[in-house]
Design a protein around this ligand. Sequence first.
Ligand code: ADP
Ligand code: ADP
Length: 237
Amino acid sequence: MIELRQVSKVYPNQTKGLNNINLTFEQGEFVAVVGLSGAGKSTLLRSINRLHDISEGDILINGNSITSAEGHELRMIRRDIGMIFQSFNLVKRSTVLRNVLAGRVGYHSTLRTIFGRFPKEDVDLAFEALERVNILEKAYSRADQLSGGQQQRVAIARVLAQEAKIILADEPVASLDPLTTKQVMDDLKRINQELGITTIVNLHFVDLARQYATRIVGLRAGEVVFDGPVAEATDER
Ligand code: ADP
Ligand code: ADP
């Protein structure tokens, strides 16, 4: 469902982010991408969602090239892909509910969602998403009044409200303590199992990858140095 074909990414300053990557992710997989800082994990996720353009190669999402897509087609492909970041990326002064409703923006004209109110179906979806990550009681709290772990669960709820088929999580637990890390990883895993959402998670620590993922992709200097089931992953990164 996600296919990277000979993908390279060279940044404007000539730094190589990815060097000739070939990877395929199947529907429903829970994959951890591991590697030291600077290995290319973030570049990989940003390439899949086309938050930046790649320099060479092609990336297919359900058979459609996101590399060459434009306008409406690009928006339709992106609707299926939800991003989760280390820094949560919520609108801090807005309510939790409004942050989750932001996941619905791609389903409406821009004007409607900036100035208007969302249809009831969207609000229902948002509440359902909040319930799924056990944070329903915070719906009307301001996002910045929540703990880090709660904010990350709001970000997960936003992706659920988006009805994304793919979750790309870029070091989602890097700024969380061990207990909250477990809660957020448990949520991601449960959602993957219950809804079959293809999940790719960048992780700094291999032990977390082992605990949660079924497949580990190891990156080093922009290249895939390991790709296989968790049981075969060694501590070498
Ligand atoms: P990771 O997520 O594994 O820490 P990154 O994908 O962020 O790795 O980085 C891969 C390489 O690309 C590193 O050498 C990094 O310095 C470089 N890089 C990342 N973002 C940029 C950028 N915007 N401009 C230039 N180089 C970048
Ligand atoms: P507004 O911020 O539009 O004045 P209200 O004061 O009526 O909203 O309601 C408070 C909160 O209710 C909003 O901040 C938002 O989180 C939520 N809300 C309820 N229904 C909707 C909806 N249909 N669209 C957007 N937000 C809604």
